[in-house]
Design a protein around this ligand. Structure first.
Ligand code: NAP
Length: 250
């Protein structure tokens, strides 16, 4: 049994992780930590992997504490910067175990991660590409981090292939053409009734490919979280790893 502690266990994602771990045949819930609890309660004596879903302002501190305590961590909290990741790498270099692991995934939805990968693969075959992300109205950021990542992946694939800049219309109000991320137009829709959705439109003269990922509810993230817990518990990914795509056999 993989012993899983959940940090942020009373939050929306944390509570879902607790339920998903309880439902998994090969895992059990160890410690559940909320905002007021002492994270020092999570140790190798009771935990194989800690799953961290809290708030961006607390996540780095939690991860550094867990690493220092000798615990492997799977992180879903957003807001990670290169600078924060460097601090995690430095902590891992001094960690109690040489094979200690931290895995960070900005998006645990397998559909969204695959949409990203497929869009990047398709990009060089098309003259034009645009991204439309659609979310519930309470989402704090726009465009979504995933859409920005998709646009950057498309742009990199086009650069690597030596594609010409996209020839698409720039007429009209700039704001109505979305945010330009690395040369790729990204549009953000906020609408009651939606959850998390992304569409990548790829166009050539006379044809279009649409890649669409729909996350209808929080449960969509749980297969990705459990996949990461199993991978990290197996010891196959020591050090810092970022992105669910690194764990999928692509
Ligand atoms: P949420 O419902 O607000 O839950 C956050 C929880 O963390 C709250 O229960 C909060 O407690 C707790 N918390 C705050 N500081 C803490 C600390 N120092 N130690 C332990 N717990 C602490 O938010 P959510 O919807 O679950 O989202 C959590 C994070 O996951 C966000 O960053 C979100 O963007 C991200 N997310 C990632 C994915 C992905 O696929 N990677 C998917 C969805 C969401 P209090 O309320 O008592 O302060």
């Amino acid at each position: 049994m993989i012993r899983v502690s959940v940090i942020g266990a009373q939050g929306r994602m944390g509570a879902s992780v607790v339920e998903a771990v309880k439902a998994a045949d090969d895992m059990e819930v160890a410690q559940t930590i909320g905002a007021g609890d002492d994270i020092a309660a999570v140790s190798p004596a009771n935990t194989d992997v800690a799953v961290e879903f809290t708030v961006p302002s607390a996540s780095l501190g939690n991860v550094l504490s867990l690493v220092a305590q000798g615990v492997d961590v799977v992180v879903g909290t957003t807001g990670w910067t290169d600078g924060k990741m460097e601090q995690v790498k430095a902590a891992l270099a001094k960690a109690p175990r040489a094979d200690q692991a931290v895995f960070i995934a900005p998006n645990f939805a397998v559909s969204a991660v695959l949409a990203d990968v497929f869009a990047a693969r398709a990009a060089k075959y098309f003259t034009s590409a645009e991204v439309i992300e659609l979310h519930h109205p309470d989402k704090v950021d726009a465009p979504s981090g995933t859409a920005i990542h998709t646009a950057q992946a498309i742009a990199k694939a086009r650069r690597d292939a030596g594609s010409a800049p996209m020839p698409d219309g720039t007429q009209g109000e700039a704001a109505s053409r979305g945010q330009v991320v690395d040369g790729v137009h990204v549009h953000a829709v906020r609408l009651q009734g939606l959850n998390a959705h992304e569409e990548v439109l790829l166009g050539n003269t006379g044809e279009q490919l649409v890649i669409r990922a729909d996350s209808f509810e929080r449960s969509s993230f749980m297969p990705g979280v459990l996949l990461a817990v199993r991978a990290i518990a197996s010891g196959s990914h020591p050090g810092l790893s970022v992105g669910l795509d690194t764990l999928l056999d692509l």
